[in-house]
Design a protein around this ligand. Structure first.
Ligand SMILES: Nc1ncnc2c1ncn2[C@@H]1O[C@H](COP(=O)(O)OP(=O)(O)OP(=O)(O)O)[C@@H](O)[C@H]1O
Ligand SMILES: [Mg+2]
Length: 256
């Protein structure tokens, strides 16, 4: 059984004119279907505005599709009660591109990483602190960083914090929505290496999203190309990138 199954998902946003009437319908995700197995990294690439982040929001249950179904571990997300969805979300985490906006600026790094532990685990303050220390170590951050606030961290450090928070509950899958796009090249490579190590360490599955094939190909086992809300091409073997046929996919290849 697939870990994640997305079936015929469609999402349309209505654009309203200044009188509040619907002037145009924008099909942002159009009949998208795919599945992702355990221990797999599926890369999703597409130009800006092709609908990648909207798809992530739908998979997380933050947006409801007009049509279609999302199943995680065999359970249909949109049929679950909120407490069932909360339980399922233990295993389905996310890391977004904008590391600063992904955290509460008023919390310390320790409090940020402890958030999921507070929400899901019954731990004493001491156990929680030890666990946060352990998680920071895994993402290669010094325990001294625990007392810092987000504005005192670099982008790379803060993305490591976001990753530490994402792995805190030992999830089965992480949605990575352009997790390195806002970082400089050297830091990008470090974070990609870290994600590769974590994948092995925790047998994680990733949906790795980017508009850049360059970063995706280091991690991904399989690839989907999205354009104007549709999956226009899929590849089951990253060693066969030259087999991509669609002109838009070919254009992406020229960037690597
Ligand atoms: N809440 C919304 N209401 C109306 N339109 C929206 C909404 N959210 C997204 N869109 C539109 O949907 C389209 C797809 O947006 P989305 O953020 O999913 O693209 P993306 O592929 O993630 O792009 P990027 O690579 O820039 O992050 C865009 O045209 C965007 O303007
Ligand atoms: Mg996006």
């Amino acid at each position: 059984m697939s870990l994640l199954e997305v079936r015929e998902v469609t999402k349309t946003y209505s654009l309203k004119n200044r009188y509040g009437r619907t002037s145009q319908k924008n099909e942002v995700v159009n009949n998208v279907s795919f599945s992702l197995n355990r221990d797999t990294c599926l890369g999703l690439i597409g130009e800006s505005g092709s609908g990648k982040s909207t798809l992530v929001k739908i998979i997380l249950g933050l947006e409801k599709p007009d049509q279609g179904e999302v199943r995680f571990r065999g359970k249909s997300l949109f049929k679950l009660h909120s407490h069932e969805l909360k339980e399922l979300r233990r295993d389905l985490q996310v890391v977004f591109q904008d590391c600063y906006n992904s955290v509460n600026p008023r919390l310390t790094i320790e409090e940020i990483v402890a958030e999921p532990l507070r929400n899901y685990e019954k731990m004493t303050a001491e156990q929680q602190r030890k666990k946060v220390q352990e998680l920071l170590e895994i993402v290669c951050l010094h325990p001294d960083e625990m007392k810092k606030y987000p504005h005192q961290c670099s982008g790379g450090q803060l993305q490591r914090v976001n990753i530490a928070r994402a792995i805190a509950l030992k999830p089965k899958m992480i949605l990575l929505d352009e997790p390195v796009s806002s970082l400089d090249m050297v830091v990008q490579a470090d974070i990609i290496d870290l994600l590769a190590d974590l994948r092995d360490m925790f047998q994680l599955s990733y949906l790795f999203i980017s508009h850049d094939l360059h970063t995706v190909r280091y991690l991904a086992d399989q690839l989907m190309v999205m354009d104007k809300g549709r999956i226009i091409e899929t590849l089951n073997d990253m060693d066969q990138l030259d087999q991509l046929k669609h002109p838009i996919s070919r254009e992406l290849i020229t960037t690597i």
